[in-house]
Design a binder for this molecule. Structure first.
Ligand code: DGJ
Length: 735
């Protein structure tokens, strides 16, 4: 009996004990998963003027993100030691999307990254912290890089992965960055589109599971999705209110942002190269460097985030970001590929009449055996078409110079038409699958840029041209198709490196071009906005946002890009597309980097006068548009109008743009409150860019107001009624 009682007791005790043990384990797991791992004291702080990121080294030597947000007093960070790992590995305890997954030489698919050391280097405005993480069993190192730009409030993060195993290891995941968030709600703003429909803004609440924004297109990778996002915490943010980050990836190839909301409403944001079909075999001692993920945190809405990114971009990311740009006349919309030398010289006169700085000769000037008379032939044969241009490019450069303008040219160096001498001479230089038919996009194929001989060829297209005709002052670099036929004859058995190596090869070529021609302005174009990223913009001075130049559509497209890119990078041309008045289309182009692509000869005398004045006005105001702070005041997504302004850094000048997007006359009664001015300064308002023979209908025109008044009482920009598709530009000068 006693024995039974004891065994019953033991049995109960055991069951109770194992139940208690289970509970205890569950509790520990719960606490750990909720609060991260138990911590030691070591903290690594990444700071800008308004933002802080706190990383803590746990007593298990794993590094966690304890905080990301508004800068706090340093003593507060000590209270924040829990968190989640900064770079989640696969194969060990992490069951969510990994940041890195590696298959070792012996087939082991796991990685555990522990803190080894860290150091920070600061030089003026820029600090870089490198945290070295190591696996304790395998000779693998991951270097986490965090560079902070103090004044601009921008942080960029990327990693370097290396190992010393005896043979290559395989990487199947290799994120640039992982950020963690804890909030009640997450609101994601993405920008999607298609050809001639770029940058459509959509904002939605994230729900449990993974939402990804990605591209697998190889080239022209932003065709359907631009690689930018806003992530608002707790509620959708406005221009002036709400906590958010704005993020983008400096990469011109396949990309992926994934947003994973877990079972406890924690959010993990991974950013990096899209690893789709891209297992990477990393050689011993080779360094795999992931692209930079760039983000800014704002506690005051999207406007502040954009201004942070614009300043950072001009100062550090875009080639010659703080230098002036040239206004130009492009011939694409006016002539397509149908022109003669004489016609081009006439167009120089039109450029001169407009008063622009440069004439840009677009597609159609090359090819002899296969002349480029449409998009079916000639790509790859970069010699002047002797029929169209018997005197050569040099003659055109000189003729332009005689008329006091510069000359620029269009190229699409990465592509080839099957109907070309290049295709006939070098079939091995082209991406195409063995045993499969060629698949075309715009009748063309992509060159195998990974092949160093192709890189030399592409470099020589620019180098030979510039050597022969050093007067060429501008290049438009186009890329009109995404990849199919995904097979590189050069890579042989390493086909999974194709997407990554192609993008790196592009940078290699651009690096060579920039080493020799450091300041030649080059426009980044990809059948419209298929390439718009900060890795490419290290080599390019501006980008072509869309082939859609309809004034009304352009408001939305340029508005979308303005969230992430400064105005001097957003090419905006006046064309004959769209039913709006020339004034409306001109006013829209003037909010970006203005140019023309139109038959000037068809202008009425008033239209020519208006355009000539507009170019002069633009030259007067462009430094504020290009280098000022942007305030988006009323979004076309919210109302039948779009209102924005740029304010110079010293706040002595501002330019206000007002566009009515309604197609019927409507009443708009509310006043527009300006932003970014000095409340104590006095400003005179002047409407500019008026069409000849018209007067400003603004009752406030040519009047003086304090900044305080303009920002609190504001202006009535629709006196009477808002005429359909009408617009105004106001120059606001300190008195
Ligand atoms: C696509 C570009 O977006 C256009 O501006 C023009 O340059 C054409 N290519 C020329 O083929």
């Amino acid at each position: 009996m006693a024995c039974f009682t004891i065994s019953l007791f033991l049995c109960y005790y055991y069951r109770y004990y194992s139940y208690m043990k289970k509970c205890l384990v569950a509790l520990v797991v719960f606490i750990q998963s909720f609060s991260g791992h138990a911590q030691t004291d070591k903290q690594i702080i990444i700071e800008t003027s308004r933002t802080a990121m706190v990383l803590t080294v746990g007593n298990n030597q794993r590094v966690v993100q304890s905080y990301l947000g508004k800068k706090l007093p340093a003593s507060d960070y000590e209270q924040l030691k829990a968190g989640r790992e900064i770079y989640l590995t696969a194969g060990m305890d992490n069951q969510f999307e990994p940041s890195i997954r590696m298959i070792h030489t012996d087939g082991n698919p796991s990685l555990e990254l522990k803190y080894s050391s860290h150091h920070t280097e600061t030089s003026g405005n820029i600090s870089t912290t490198i945290i070295i993480l190591k696996d304790s069993v395998y000779p693998v190192e991951v270097l986490m890089h965090y560079t902070s730009y103090f004044n601009e409030d921008v942080i960029k993060t990327w990693t370097e992965i290396k190992h010393k195993e005896s043979k290559p290891v395989m990487l199947t995941h290799y994120a640039s960055s992982l950020l963690h968030f804890i909030a009640d709600e997450y609101w994601l703003t993405q920008f999607h589109g298609d050809w001639a429909r770029e940058m459509n803004l959509v904002e939605e609440k994230l729900t449990n599971g993974i939402k990804s924004i990605e591209s697998k297109l190889g080239t022209r990778t932003n065709f359907y999705q631009t690689l930018v996002f806003f992530l608002s915490l707790n509620k959708p943010s406005t221009e002036t209110d709400g906590e958010l980050i704005a993020g983008t990836l400096a990469w011109t190839g396949n990309f992926k942002f994934s947003f994973e909301v877990d079972q406890r409403n924690g959010l993990r944001v991974h950013s990096g190269i899209n690893a789709y079909a891209s297992e990477y075999y990393l050689q011993p001692n080779e360094i795999f460097t992931t692209p930079e993920f760039i983000f800014t945190y704002s506690a005051n809405g999207k406007g502040q985030a954009s201004r942070n990114l614009h300043r950072w971009a001009r100062n550090y990311a875009v080639l010659d970001g703080n230098a002036p740009r040239m206004t130009l006349l492009n011939n694409w919309e006016a002539t397509h590929t149908d022109f003669t030398e004489t016609r081009l010289v006439e167009l120089f006169d039109e450029a001169k009449k407009l008063g622009v700085d440069l004439f840009l000769l677009d597609d159609g000037w090359f090819g002899n055996k296969f002349p480029r008379n449409d998009d079916k032939a000639g790509l790859g044969d970069w010699q002047e078409d002797k029929k169209k241009l018997p005197s050569g490019l040099g003659y055109l450069v000189k003729e332009a110079e005689k008329k006091g303008i510069k000359f620029g040219i269009w190229l699409e160096p990465e592509m080839v038409n099957p109907k070309s001498e290049l295709y006939q001479q070098h079939p091995e230089w082209i991406l195409k699958l063995p045993n499969r038919e060629e698949n075309y996009g715009r009748n063309q194929l992509v060159l195998d840029l990974i092949n160093p001989k192709v890189q030399d060829f592409v470099f020589s297209i620019i180098d030979d041209m510039m050597t022969k005709d050093p007067g060429i002052a501008f290049i438009k670099w186009d890329c009109n198709r995404s990849m199919t036929n995904m097979y590189s004859p050069y890579l042989k058995e390493k086909q999974t490196h194709l997407f990554i190596d192609y993008t790196k090869a592009l940078y290699k070529v651009m690096g060579r071009i920039r080493a020799k021609y450091p300041h030649l302005p080059i426009m980044l174009c990809s059948g419209g906005g298929g390439r718009t990223d900060y890795a490419a913009l290290k080599y390019f001075t501006e980008f072509w946002p869309s082939d859609n130049t309809d004034g009304l559509e352009r408001i939305y497209i340029q508005w979308g890009y303005s969230y992430f890119f400064p105005a001097n990078t957003i090419s905006a041309h006046i064309t004959s597309m769209g039913k709006q008045s020339l004034k409306f289309r001109t006013d829209v182009a003037m909010m970006g980097k203005m140019g023309y692509d139109i038959r000037v000869n068809n202008f009425t005398p008033q239209e020519l006068q208006f355009s000539n004045d507009a170019v002069k006005n633009y030259k007067r105001i462009s430094d504020v548009v290009w280098f000022g702070d942007l305030y988006r005041l009323i979004s076309p997504y919210d109302e039948n109008r779009a209102v924005l302004m740029y304010v110079s850094e010293n706040k002595n000048k501002a330019i206000l743009f007002n566009y009515f997007t309604n197609t019927r006359r409507i009443d708009i009664f509310s006043r527009v409150l300006l932003q970014g001015l000095d409340p104590r300064k006095k400003y005179r308002i002047n409407e500019i860019n008026l069409f000849p023979g018209t007067k400003s209908a603004q009752p406030d025109n040519d009047k003086v107001f304090t900044g305080e008044y303009l920002m609190n009482i504001g202006l009535n920009l629709a006196p009477g009624r808002a005429a359909a598709l009408s617009s105004n530009i106001f120059e606001i000068n300190e008195e």
